[in-house]
Design a protein. Structure first.
Lengths: 223, 220
């Protein structure tokens, strides 16, 4: 069955698209200009939700990996793969939007800031993950190994973050630290954006799992 | 059973000396490359030395890890081993500990030429130096044994191993390099103990993860 033939899914997609359009409109017109940052600050309504979604997605990869190893149900393998793909797509966006903000604010596009560095390291691990998926050979074995990489990668995140944080203690000017003190005209659109991107992520994830399921069925039926 | 598995790893290596000799020879060629590539004054060398040292160790560890699992492929020895009634977690622990021992021996042999050829005149606290080597080895090998265990049984293992290992092991490389800077500059231990603690945390976490998960790597 086509995914969007299900009314629930098409309503969800329509709602998310509407929310996204409102989000962009609010960010451009309603949110105040932050002194010294001007338009550059506006990318944070996209950058932070995208980063949150990326890490959420890699968390899903880990949970799906654990469930796959325990239950041996290929549904969880497909969830893991779909989340890994989306996580890497969102991570790419983080690595693009981060330098766009950093260039006017820090004067250079790349700084070894702990969050950005952790994201880059995860991105590199996932390049290996997809190479393993693609070129690893035996599909059943590769599914198990991918689950293990997903678990190991996420367990590594806090240690990577801590070590990079202590490695470059001078870089602490990340704006999210001051978030609590922000006025509601910044906070409300920010959280609205966070919700919108999370809902967008969920529908994307479900759609991707659906496609992977169809592919799996096609391969099984030898079509 | 752990000791039997460890003895097996040690005996194979004592007979063939394949892993240690390859790591040592490769390490020497890396030192040569460093000496040519960074042909500058010894003072600048001293600044770079901790980083260069751990790059070299990471490179030779990858080579060693590859050899450690490659000989298991011959005559399908690995399948025979996992078909024995052995706790698979213990296979992981034996691989890890033997890897640390091989790397440690190689390091003891490679530190003198490293200091000599890069003209580094250092006075180091030997005990702290050995502690640092041991922690670095435990860290690199704990994740290395896990990743090479799965890379070995996949296609393109020689490519997948470093691509997966290098980013995952980055906390150890950062911590080991920073701690070595403290050691080389003869800073008091408390100033760089945080890095030893980070390495310790990494080692404990991945030893437990590896022990638990290795069962799924060895499944047929």
């Amino acid at each position: 069955m086509r995914f969007f033939a299900d009314k629930k899914n098409s309503v969800w997609l329509g709602l998310v698209l509407l929310m996204l359009a409102i989000d962009m409109w609010v960010v451009v017109t309603y949110t105040p200009m932050v002194p010294d940052q001007h338009w550059a600050q506006k990318i944070f309504y996209v950058h932070v939700p995208v980063a949150w979604t990326a890490f959420l997605s890699y968390f899903v990869v880990m949970v799906a990996g654990i469930l796959f190893l325990i239950k041996k149900d290929y549904y969880w393998d497909r969830v893991g793969l779909a989340a890994a793909e989306l996580g890497t797509m969102y991570t790419t966006l983080v690595l693009i939007t981060g330098p766009i903000w950093a260039k006017p604010i820090w004067g250079k596009p790349w700084i070894w800031e702990p969050r950005l560095t952790t994201t880059l390291i995860l991105f590199l691990v996932y390049i290996g993950y997809f190479m393993l998926r693609e070129f690893g050979g035996h599909p059943e074995r590769v599914a198990r190994y991918a689950a293990i990489i997903g678990i190991v990668a996420f367990v590594d995140v806090p240690i990577i973050f801590l070590s990079v944080k202590f490695w470059s203690p001078e870089i602490q000017s990340h704006p999210q630290i001051e978030m609590v003190a922000q006025p509601h005209r910044i906070l409300i659109p920010f959280f609205y954006s966070l919700i919108t991107f999370t809902l967008l992520y969920i529908i994307m994830l479900r759609f991707r799992i659906h496609i992977l399921k169809l592919k799996h069925e096609e391969a099984e039926n030898g079509l | 059973m752990f000791w039997t598995l460890l003895k097996k790893e040690m005996q194979i290596e004592l007979r063939s000396k394949e892993i240690s000799v390859s790591m040592l020879a490769f390490g020497l060629t890396v030192i040569l490359t460093f000496a040519f590539a960074f042909n500058v004054s010894p003072i600048i060398f001293k600044t770079f030395a901790p980083g260069l040292f751990w790059i070299m160790i990471l490179f030779i560890a990858v080579l060693g890890l590859h050899r450690m699992y490659a000989y298991e492929k011959d005559f399908d020895a690995f399948s025979l081993m996992v078909s024995a009634p052995v706790d698979r977690g213990l296979i992981f622990l034996a691989k890890w500990v033997s890897g640390v021992v091989f790397l440690f021996i190689t390091e003891l042999l490679i530190v003198p030429p490293f200091l000599l050829f890069l003209q580094l005149n250092l006075v180091l606290n030997v005990y702290q130096g050995l502690l640092l080597l041991l922690m670095g080895n435990l860290g690199i090998m704990v994740i290395g044994s896990l990743v090479s265990g799965l890379a070995m049984r996949a296609k393109m293992s020689e490519v997948l191993l470093p691509i997966l290992l290098f980013p995952l092991v980055s906390p150890i490389i950062i911590a080991a390099t920073k701690a070595t800077v403290g050691l080389v500059n003869r800073s008091p231990f408390w100033q760089w103990q945080i890095w030893v603690l980070i390495m310790g945390t990494f080692i404990v976490i991945f030893a437990i993860v590896g022990y638990t998960i290795f069962d799924h790597i060895t499944e047929e």
